[in-house]
Design a protein. Sequence first.
Length: 309
Amino acid sequence: MGKIVKAHLALLAVNLIYGANYSIVKKLEGYIDPFALVLIRAVVTMLLLWITGLFVRDKIIEKKDFRRLMLLGVFAVALNQLLFIKGLFMGNAINASIIMIFSPVVVILIEILFLKEKAPLIRIAGIITGIAGAFTLLFFRKPGVTGNSPFIGDILIFINCIAWSVYMVMVKPLMLKYKTITVVKWIFLFGSIYVLPFGWPAISSFKMAAMGAEQWACVAYVVVGSTFIAYFLNTYALTELSASVASTYIYLQPVIATLFAVALNQDTLDVVKIISALLIVTGIYLVSRSRKAPVKTAAIIVTDEDIHD
């Protein structure tokens, strides 16, 4: 089997992991507090990254870059994971997966507003279309959908999407300067400190006896599978494939998440979800067509999604 085929299989495996992650997180609802789950995930992933980092040579982080790393810990771990897990517990898997593919549009919008990138008409049309898709999902829902507070849950996921997009824009200079694992291990170190005040009270009252083998398997999947293993598969794939090719795999996640959610009776597919997904994908396509050099953004979207999902 050739290296290119293996790289494609790695990306397929990564997005299967991410797609299933939405429903697996939902299976933990009622067994563990979302903030406790975030703390466990952040700390364990941080330890695994630092242990792995012992075997990777890289230059020492410059003092001036620590301020950015500390800020990235807020967006990539604290806001991102706290809002994502809490929002998914309150909402539903299909909505969350659709909202998260809106991230590339938010990245482009941030670049236009704050980095003064050019905004051709096709890019503006793509942004508007993507926003229309996101708001269609948020505000035109059928009554009785799953989730104890699905609207607020979707709002938290949407804010999480914005936080993740800010991170992707901010992290680019560091990714070009240091190896990925060097950057990510420091981000997780600071992020673990930030989530400690939120997760520790939940951990201290956490009743482990209520957790069965299935629930612990789900925790292991979220912590190790959708973060640590997926990170290495992504890294391997990007050594053989261009970022533009790899980034297209993100569109598989809502499909996979939908299949898992429907199969587990956690959610249903309806017209609103289909329309919103089509609008968001169309918006991303229009935005991508307008970009002269989409490689860097796409690389970060795929490589570091393990922090997000």
